[in-house]
Design a protein around this ligand. Structure first.
Ligand SMILES: Nc1ncnc2c1ncn2[C@@H]1O[C@H](COP(=O)(O)OP(=O)(O)OP(=O)(O)O)[C@@H](O)[C@H]1O
Length: 213
């Protein structure tokens, strides 16, 4: 369980998040929803250790921690909204790069990547480059890349927004399949139908400080 207590964040003295208290329960899916500009992505980036909070506490399995430490320890994996695959690398290399940089032997990283590709229904794409893949395939590669580091919490930023609307249900099925396998997941989304399909708990971020300038 990861607890966030009194998390706050401002950009240019404009408060975006104030006193956010939310618990990410083990083996469940938390949906973070709220209006555009409310700070959903900012909250996800704070949890991922990509944006520092201005204040607040993080408690992981009962112990105080920081998101930067969780990220360093491989607790958290992130699937970015635009997938952010490396365009000059094959699918296989996209998935094995981070584990090999962390010292996992190449052969072992490749074996895990191949297993993930099978699991995600992309067994024949290992040597393909991202440009040749559909949006749905790119997303599954981005998920495989995040899973390659064996995270305990998987975060997704707007997983349906870059996809054809009719893929929404297949993404929801995937998220629910991971949950059945015991994964803890956090999904930032503005898509309430999607949130309803996947979430055990929904956390609404309210808009502070008016519209972005
Ligand atoms: N790096 C930054 N520098 C300055 N302002 C930022 C930065 N990142 C986000 N903001 C501002 O913080 C506010 C919240 O942005 P954020 O992207 O977290 O909202 P969101 O709820 O995810 O919105 P959307 O649903 O439109 O993606 C916005 O006003 C945005 O302009």
């Amino acid at each position: 369980m990861l607890e966030l207590k009194n998390i706050s964040k401002a950009f240019n003295h404009q408060p975006v998040l104030q006193d956010i208290n939310v618990t990410i329960a083990d083996h469940q899916t938390l949906a973070i929803v709220g209006p555009s500009g409310a700070g959903k992505t900012t909250l996800l980036r704070i949890i991922a250790g990509l944006t520092p909070a201005d204040g607040g506490e993080f408690i992981w399995q009962g112990q105080p921690t920081t998101p930067q430490r969780l990220r360093k320890d491989g607790v958290i994996g992130v699937v970015f909204q635009g997938f952010e695959l490396f365009p000059n690398m094959t699918v296989l290399k996209n998935i094995t790069l981070a584990p090999t940089l962390q010292g996992v032997p190449e052969a072992e990283a490749q074996k895990r990547a191949q297993d993930l590709l099978v699991q995600l229904d992309l067994p024949d794409q290992a040597e393909a480059y991202p440009f040749s893949l559909s949006g749905g395939q790119k997303q599954r590669i981005a998920i495989a890349r995040a899973l390659a580091l064996n995270p305990q919490i998987l975060l997704y930023d707007e997983p349906t927004s870059a996809l054809d609307p009719n893929l929404r249900h297949s993404v929801a099925k995937l998220v629910n399949r991971f949950k059945a396998d015991g994964m803890t997941q956090v999904v930032v989304t503005h898509d309430m139908d999607f949130a309803q399909e996947v979430a055990d708990t929904t956390f609404t971020v309210s808009k502070l400080g008016g519209d972005a300038q």
